[in-house]
Ligand binder design. Structure first.
Ligand code: SF4
Length: 346
């Protein structure tokens, strides 16, 4: 890691690869896109790119939530030659971009050994454990696997669908890796990382036990996919959203304009379903949904086909019920409540 970048001491990335890539493209303008967590480094990074390449650098101010949210069009319009996208792995099925994009993943150098060792007693001897993590820790998957094997467990590592770049990786909108690991024999899961959204989604979708080993807090927690305080809290919240939409006679369906959140096919199917039930429905395009935008919506309930996290993480910011596609199906009795799962983009 470069010494000038030591404010990023918890992360590792290979800056010489970035420069090599940029040089190949003979750049005069380079765009930089970063998630909020790396914003504090934007000037150091821009300065380094500018000095190494002798080019102009433009930093995107728009919030960047994932690799689903590539600012290629924005920078093409500005005349940039390439875009450097920091903090996320590429979503392989979104490889077609309007200008060359280089993904700088920023791997975490947090030690996982202690917390994974601490998690071993949550499993029984011989248990087949699917390993799951986020891109920040995918380079530690072999190490995690070895620790599980030494602990007399059978590690299972699989790769999910075309939104997933690495074996064992999960996204907040895609748990296909967990399903693959079940196909390959996993009885339960070990999620290495921080935050609850990913392991919760896996637990609810697979109805299996997920042990969370958080290398930042060194805490080990269990999420039981069937009966768990956090799972129950989320289920109550989602049930509340569906109940609030019970008397809705009109619906707004949001269609994402961000490349990796765009599900027009799904939105059209939902529209037809709503029409079949003789309710009014309009489609709205949107890049990022903010509560103030809803002021102009006259509909009683909103159905979001954008990032699945919007309805779940941000529900309290909106005064109208926001449902995911599967929740709309439950509301219209096209699906049973037992079929509830976190929305996924697959
Ligand atoms: S759609 Fe949401 S969960 Fe999926 S990659 Fe984008 S920000 Fe992450």
């Amino acid at each position: 890691m470069d010494s000038n970048l030591n404010n990023l001491k918890d992360y590792e990335f290979n800056f010489s690869e970035v420069i090599e890539y940029a040089k190949k493209h003979k750049v005069s303008i380079v765009g930089i896109q970063l998630p909020e967590g790396l914003r504090r480094m934007q000037n150091v990074l821009a300065e380094r790119v500018k000095c190494e390449l002798g080019c102009e650098v433009i930093i995107s101010t728009e919030p960047c939530v994932g690799a689903c949210d590539i600012a290629d069009e924005e920078f093409l319009n500005l005349g940039a030659d390439i875009l450097l996208h920091f903090g996320h792995s590429k979503i392989p099925c979104l490889s077609k971009t309007s200008l060359p994009v280089f993904y700088i993943e920023c791997r975490s150098n947090m030690d996982v050994e202690n917390v994974v060792n601490d998690s071993l007693n949550k499993f029984v001897n011989g248990e087949k454990v699917g390993i799951l993590t986020t891109v920040q820790h995918v380079h530690k998957v072999n190490e995690i696997s070895n620790i599980l094997s030494k602990g007399k467990l059978t590690p299972i590592v699989s790769k999910g669908d075309c939104r997933i770049a690495y074996p064992a990786q999960v996204l907040g909108c895609n748990f296909s890796t967990a399903r693959e690991e079940i196909k390959n024999g996993a009885d339960s899961f070990l999620f290495v990382g921080s935050g609850y959204f990913h392991p919760l989604g896996v637990a609810i979708s697979t109805k299996r036990k997920v042990i969370v080993a958080d290398p930042y807090s060194n805490e080990v927690k269990e999420i039981d996919g069937v009966n768990n305080e956090i799972v129950n809290k989320i289920m109550r919240q989602r049930f509340g959203a569906i109940a609030k939409a019970k008397d809705a006679k009109s619906f707004a369906i949001l269609v994402g304009t961000k490349k990796g959140q765009s599900r027009l096919g799904c939105a059209l199917e939902l529209k037809r379903m709503i029409e079949k039930h003789s309710f009014q429905v309009f489609l709205y395009s949107v890049g990022r949904i903010e509560p103030e935008y809803l002021r102009y919506y006259n509909e009683d309930a909103i159905v979001s086909t954008l990032c699945p996290r919007v309805a779940i993480d941000d529900f309290s910011r909106f005064n109208k019920p926001i449902l995911t596609p599967i929740e709309l199906q439950i509301l219209l009795e096209e699906k049973d409540w037992n079929e509830f799962a976190f929305d996924e983009i697959i």
